[in-house]
Design a protein around this ligand. Structure first.
Ligand code: NAD
Ligand code: UFG
Length: 329
């Protein structure tokens, strides 16, 4: 099976490429390098010992996507390409709506024209908004507080309508919780440009001495210790979830949470990171970040039952692998 991986040089896409090749899939990567670099391609080739076809293209550009589908006989697509910075989506909403919607519309349209009916989409737990935890796939989606989240909800809707109108389509909408960690080789991982917005990339920069201290956004939530609770998942587990979805997908639209089902607070992450890596992380408590919710964690029973997939790596693995990647840079 040949799978097109859009955004395949990004954080989650690159780890998924490794998991796919390990399972015998052939992979073609398309990425415009807007948030990644070509070095990731050579790291992927080092890890997998394979030459991986790569095309530097914009997935929103219909002409070039058509040429790609003329060149290869794809059996399915995994669509990671998109922008993901929540804060930036608030200040530059059009940029987010344009890229996230146009990439999805273009790719879905070309898939339809070429009869490529397996379509796996990167959605996000953010579409649950402030529902009660654990979030399960049947919940009504609540408005998110940012344009990024809206793009995910709209793309889910577009792909659902496509599959309703074309009953041969097999669509998986994968709602990721909080991916952290890195490949155990420490040659691929997450390295955001500029000052990180997300917790683990911030912690690793503090550990490295590039940032003075972690700011913890609020300790007055109704959680175990007052700090925000999230469902952190090792990126290799997440990657393997995509392989499981590809292998088990059937016609129609199927929504799966990809998380661990465990809620961990910010302070618990900090303590685990400190003890696993033997490094002190200085922090101070500051005001809540606007748009944050107290709890986000998944009900993971559907993915377990239907995809025969569940996360295997624990928080210690996640903290160790995140740090090993940053340390090795
Ligand atoms: P990332 O930014 O590391 O990877 C996205 C990749 O897509 C990048 O390599 C970028 O260069 C590429 N890209 C962006 N626009 C493109 C375009 N128009 N054409 C071709 N390539 C393009 O992000 P990630 O963390 O790997 O996330 C992958 C997907 O998963 C995104 O859709 C993101 O919204 C979604 N997601 C991420 C998280 C998370 O916490 N990381 C959580 C939920 C959902
Ligand atoms: N946090 C801090 N300090 C920081 C960064 C984060 O205290 O410097 C806290 C947040 O307040 C939150 C927790 O750490 O309680 C996690 O925050 P992240 O920014 O790492 O992750 P979020 O859950 O806010 O959002 C992330 C992605 C979204 C995605 C969502 C669900 O940024 O795009 O996970 O997958 F939708």
């Amino acid at each position: 099976m040949t799978i097109l991986v859009t955004g395949g040089l990004g954080f989650i896409g690159s780890h998924t490429v490794v998991a796919l090749i390990e399972e015998g899939f052939k992979v073609v990567i398309a990425d415009n390098l807007s948030n990644s670099s070509l070095e990731v391609l050579s790291s992927l080739e080092d890890i997998t010992k394979e030459n991986i076809p790569f095309h530097e293209i914009d997935i929103a550009d219909e002409k070039v996507v058509i040429s790609l589908f003329e060149e290869y006989d794809f059996n399915g697509v995994i669509h990671f390409a998109g922008y993901k910075a929540v804060g930036e989506s608030v200040s530059e909403p059009i940029k987010y709506y344009r890229n996230n919607l146009l990439t999805t519309l273009t790719l879905a349209d070309v898939c339809k024209k070429y009869g490529v009916t397996k379509f796996i989409f990167s959605s996000s737990a953010t579409v649950y908004g402030d529902n009660n935890v654990p979030f399960d796939e049947t919940m009504q989606l609540l408005p998110t507080t940012n344009p990024y989240g809206e793009t995910k909800a709209i793309c889910e809707r577009i792909l659902t309508d496509l599959a309703n109108a074309n009953t041969d389509f097999e669509v998986a909408l994968l709602r990721y919780f909080n991916p952290i960690g890195a490949h155990p080789s420490a040659v691929i991982g997450e390295l955001p440009k500029g000052i990180p917005n997300n917790l683990m990339p911030y912690i690793t920069q503090v550990a490295k001495g590039n940032l003075k201290e972690l700011q913890i956004f609020g300790d007055d939530y109704p959680t175990q210790d007052g700090t925000g609770v999230r469902d952190y998942i090792h990126v290799m587990d997440l990657a393997e979830g995509h392989v499981a979805a590809l292998k088990n997908i059937t016609t129609g639209v199927h929504i799966y949470n990809l998380g661990t089902g465990q809620g961990t607070s910010v302070l618990e992450i900090v303590k685990t990171f400190e003890s696993v890596n033997n490094i002190k992380i200085p922090y101070k408590i500051v005001d809540r970040r606007s748009g944050d919710i107290a709890f986000s964690y998944a009900d993971v029973s559907k993915a377990k039952k239907e995809l025969n997939w569940s996360a295997k790596r624990n928080l210690e693995n996640m903290c160790r692998d995140s740090w090993n990647f940053i340390q090795a840079l």
